[in-house]
Each structure stands twice: as C-alpha cells, then as structure tokens.
Design a protein. Structure first.
Length: 185
C-alpha cells in the first residue's frame, strides 16, 4: 500500500526591498541599466552605446541629483542585494511645469519577471509623487506593442492620451511611443 504524494506548494516569493538609490549604488545601477538597454533597445530612448560611452561621473551625478531633488530613482533589491529593477521619477524645475512628474527608466530583470517587482516599483513611485503635494500628475511613455508594460501601467491608473509616431529610431526601425498620464487628484 502506498501513500498518495502530497502536492508540493509553490515556493514563497523572496522578499524584495524597494528603496531610493544613491551614489553608493552607482556601479550596480550602471551595470543594471546597461543590461536593460542591451536586452530591450526599443523600450528606452537612450541607447546602450550612448550610455556605455558616458563616464561613471554621469551616473554619480544622476544618483546624487535623485538623492537631493524632488524626484526619486528607485531600486528593487533581492535578499542577496542584487538589483532586480529600477524606476525613476523626475520633476521639472520650471514653476509652471512643477505640477507634473515623469516616470522613466522602468526596468525589471528578465529572470525575475512575473514576481510583481514592476508593479511594486510603479506603486512606490506613485506614492512618492503623492507625498509631494505640488504634484498633480505623473506622465510616462511606453513603446507601442509592449503589451505587458501597457497592461501594468493601465492597471496602475495610467491612461493613454497620445501616440507619437517615430518617437525613437533604433537603427532603421521606427518605434511608436504611447504617452500616458495618471492624475493624482
């Protein structure tokens, strides 16, 4: 007589910590960003080649500005300290544009796709924006055809308000960008 095998439970997802990136994260951030640009060249307005050619000082300036300014550059870290995802929130300095922020640089390591890291980053960026009482909306662009990203942003309350043909040229390939907005009030 044999006992029936008990079903094995799916492993619990490992905890992810989301926090602001700072200058101490420069090497990890740069490596992650370069990998994201190489893996998905049509998803970003920056190219791998451009970003690789920039000196580390440029990365340090970006991170220092994110530490000090009204925006944020967020990182999702695994329990081993690996950077699994990033999302930035930039705020214009001009007074008449100071009511809006732009979500940028959203990327999640392919090996961790489906774990909710992208959603956690977007939600944290939105909470950061809501904490700044001057902000009234968050904008972003996403490449047309990137349906997982469009679904994520839509489920987080973003709406498409425009479509820009040939927004980015990757080699000879024209990429359409969808412009999305999430109103905060």
């Amino acid at each position: 007589m044999s006992a029936a095998a008990e079903p094995t439970a799916a492993p619990e997802p490992r905890p992810v910590v989301i926090r602001r990136l700072g200058v101490a994260d420069a090497e990890r951030y740069r490596a992650f960003r370069l990998a994201a640009l190489r893996a998905a060249p049509t998803a970003f307005t920056s190219s791998y080649e451009e970003e690789r050619a920039r000196p580390m000082a440029a990365t340090l300036r970006r991170l220092a500005g994110a530490e000090e300014g009204p925006g944020a550059l967020l990182g999702a870290f695994g329990e081993d300290g690996a950077l699994l995802g990033t999302a930035g929130l930039s705020v214009p300095e001009r007074r008449q544009e100071r009511h809006k922020a732009t979500l940028y640089g959203m990327a999640v390591a392919r090996a961790t796709a489906g774990r909710g890291i992208g959603r956690a980053l977007v939600e944290r960026a939105l909470r950061t924006a809501e904490e700044d009482r001057r902000l009234r909306q968050v904008l972003l662009t996403v490449s047309a055809g990137n349906e997982p990203a469009v679904r994520l942003y839509t489920s987080c309350g973003f709406e498409v308000w425009g479509r820009e043909p040939r927004a980015v040229l990757v080699g000879r390939r024209a990429v359409v960008k969808l412009h999305m907005v999430r109103l905060l009030d």
